[in-house]
Every structure is written in C-alpha cells, then in structure tokens.
Design a protein around this ligand. Structure first.
Ligand code: NIG
Ligand code: FE
Length: 413
C-alpha cells in the first residue's frame, strides 16, 4: 500500500471530536489548529504521526493542512458562458428582465442543446481540473439547463459520464424545476417533472432534487410538490430560495426536511432561528451575491444561532462564473464577518454533510478518506490575500493529485 507523509505543518485542522456528521456554526471555534503531521496509507488517513517510511513525503513547514474543499452547489455540466449578459447587468438591466427576454437560464439551455456531449464534457473536465488546483476535492453537479424531459435526462447522463472522467468525487442533483420552459406553465411543467423522474433516475446517479423558488420561476406550492416527489423516491430535497426576493420558502423547506436551502440573500431575520435549529443546512453563495450585487444574507446571525453553515461557489454561466473556493471564503469572511475557522468549516465538513459525504470526508480524522490540502500559509491568510490561490498541494483519495509548480521542491518521492 502506498503511503504519503505530510510533515511539520504549522496548522493541522482537526474537528473538536471525531465522527461528527456536521458541526454547528456556534461551535466552529472548538476546532483545533495545532502544529502536526499526517500519515496517509492507501486511500485513508492512517494517523496523525508521520514517522517511518513513506513513498511520498511533503515538507509542510509553515503550511496549513486542512480537508479538501467540498463544493456542494455547482451547475456543472453546462455549455459556454454568458459574458454579454453580465455587461447588460452592469449597465443596469435586472436578472429578471434579462430572464423574461429569453436570456439567463434559457440562453444556457440553448447552448447546451447546441453542444455535443463531447464539447460539454470537455468544458466540464477543464473546470474540474481548475477546481482541483483551487482545492476542490469533491463537488456537486446539477442538471437544470435541459429545460425539456429529454434535455434533463441528457444532463444527468452527462453528469454521470463526467463522474467517470474527473479526479474528484461528484454527486448529481436533478434541478428539474429551474425555469419554466416554453409552452408550459408552472403546474404543467411540474406534471412533466413527475412524469420524467423515472427516466431521469435511470439515466443518472441522482441523489437529490432541487427547485428554484422565485418570482420568475417556481412557488412554495411547487416546492412542496418537489418535496413529496423527493421523499417518494428516497432522494434529498434541496432548494434555491430567497435569492432576489423574500418568498418565505425556508420554513416550508425545513418542514419538508430539506437537506439544504441555498442562497438566502433575502432571508427575513425572524426565519433565522427556525433554520438554525433544524438539520437543514444554510448554503450561502457569496459569488452570486457579489457579482449580482444581491443583498448580503444574515451569515453572522445564522452562525451565532448555530446553523449548519455552508459555503459553495454556485459555479454557473449566469450568476456565478466562479470556481475558486478560496475566493468564496474571502468573500464570506468579509461580507458575513466570519472567522477563517467558520469559513473553512463551511467549505469542508458541513458542505460534505449536504452531499451525504461527511461520514467519510470533510475532516482530518484517522480512518476517513484522505482528501487533504496543503496551503502555503495559515488559514487566516485564505481570505486575507483575497483573490490569490493558497493551495500548494491537493490529495484526493490518498493520491497526490495536484502540486503547484513552486511547491514541487517540497515534495520528495
Ligand atoms: O443558482 N438562481 C437560479 N439558478 C442559478 C443561476 C442559473 C443561471 O443564471 O444560469 C443560481 O444562481
Ligand atoms: Fe445555483
């Protein structure tokens, strides 16, 4: 069995105790950041001492060693980009108005339909490689740009194909109610969703259903219907909610036992305690907030109230063409006044909880899968040196999958 030894880290991030499925944000400060070493054997973290022989040795002097980032909310695979739309937004046009004029999600649906499987997979593989270099060792794929039964089936099939082609582990979500396709209204599209679901489940490895609740998209009643569909098929429910307006979707999603509610820019203050007391994760997407000049969600309040706080890129061609978790952490610490410990927790263990991966990844514990990052400085520097990539090396499932060129001298084989 091959072994990797990481020696002499200035900070080794450890949870307060082993075996936690998540850590509520009011306990983030209980994580430990002592100096330490790590031994990896095969795919697994073998121990917190790295003496003895190893095939690969990494000198982590002055470095932080943390779990790999889990990007639990991305819209990969998609086709092309929408930079012209961004220009229109900068000139003052709203997301809603662009969307009503056939832009937005519909424009990415056209690009997907016009691209071959090979083209979509090639773009997605390139993104996955860039994500790896920025420390993402597992990520979510969403459908949602299919906008027809055939398109959605193809989209989850592409996500399944992609899973076999990238270094990271992935999870696939059927975002089957993303925009209302031409020729449908909300309710006839939800009928269609119900009809297509068996085919979607055959074509992909889907573990969750998702819906976009917004004035330009779906309603809380549709969210309830998606919740019933998810539970009938033993799938998790996730929901895009409170992004541009307050629709009071969070109490509905919490009642449905949703795995996560995502965005939350317009979450009313009196809905914070109910969410924080639940096991529904609060997934905040500061890339979309920043680039869309959205309202800042109550991130500080959610953390203080003990929510399962989570960060993700929302990587998509419209609201967040951002793939870097370090950038997302930089935005989160600034906008939510989160500590580095809070932001890293939200990007690792708690994000793994959303994807049902936290039993075997998301924290540095003997026996867990070795998804590990070596950062070239302390974790407080991730957000502080905003825009810079601090990831010097990334280990995925025990294999050294990425080493930044200037760090190669610290790796001996
Ligand atoms: O998470 N809000 C809805 N869905 C995406 C945007 C998709 C798009 O604009 O293409 C989001 O922000
Ligand atoms: Fe999204």
């Amino acid at each position: 069995m091959s072994a990797v030894a990481i020696n002499g880290a200035a900070q080794l991030l450890r949870p307060p105790e082993d075996g936690l499925p998540y850590l509520r944000h009011d306990r983030a400060g209980e994580q430990r950041l002592d100096a330490g070493s790590l031994l990896i054997e095969g795919e697994t973290i073998a121990g917190l001492q790295a003496s003895g022989s190893a095939d690969v040795r990494i000198d982590a002097t002055g470095c932080a060693v943390i779990p790999g980032f889990v990007d639990c909310h991305t819209h990969v695979p998609f086709a092309g980009w929408r930079e012209r739309e961004y220009e229109r937004k900068l000139a003052g046009e709203s997301y809603e108005s662009i969307s009503r004029a056939g832009g937005g999600i519909r424009s990415s649906a056209r690009s997907l339909a016009e691209s071959s499987d090979e083209q979509v997979l090639e773009q997605s593989q390139t993104l996955a490689a860039e994500m790896l270099a920025h420390g993402t060792t597992a990520f979510e794929c969403k459908s949602g740009y299919g906008l027809s039964p055939e398109g959605e089936v193809r989209s989850v099939a592409l996500a399944k194909a992609l899973a076999g082609q990238v270094t990271q582990r992935t999870r696939s979500t059927g975002l089957l109610a993303h925009a209302i396709p031409e020729g449908y209204d909300r309710s006839s599209w939800m009928d269609e969703v119900e009809r297509m679901l068996p085919d979607v489940l055959v074509a992909g490895d889907v573990s969750a259903l998702d819906i976009y609740v917004e004035t330009v998209a779906f309603t809380n009643d549709d969210l309830r219907r998606m919740g019933r569909l998810a539970s009938a098929h033993s799938l998790d429910l996730r929901a895009h909610v409170e992004q541009f307006s307050a629709n009071h979707s969070v109490p509905v999603a919490v009642d449905l036992g949703a795995r996560s509610v995502d965005h939350l820019s317009c979450l009313p203050g009196d809905e914070v305690p109910g969410l924080a007391a639940s096991e529904t994760a609060a997934v905040l997407l500061p890339g979309a907030e920043f680039l869309g000049r959205e309202q800042i969600p109550p991130g500080r309040e959610l953390a203080d109230a003990g929510a399962i706080g989570v960060l993700a890129t929302d990587l998509n061609p419209g609201t967040s063409p951002v793939l870097s978790m370090p950038v997302i952490i930089g935005l989160a610490v600034r906008h939510y006044r989160w500590s580095a410990l809070e932001a890293v927790l939200a990007s690792t263990l708690n994000a793994a909880w959303v994807l049902r991966m936290s039993q075997d990844t998301g924290s540095l514990e003997p026996g867990k899968r070795a998804d590990v990052l070596v950062l070239d400085g302390p974790i407080e520097r991730i957000g502080y040196r905003f825009g810079r990539n601090p990831v010097a090396a990334a280990i995925v499932g025990g294999s050294l999958a990425h080493v930044r060129a200037d760090f190669a001298g610290r790796v001996s084989r």
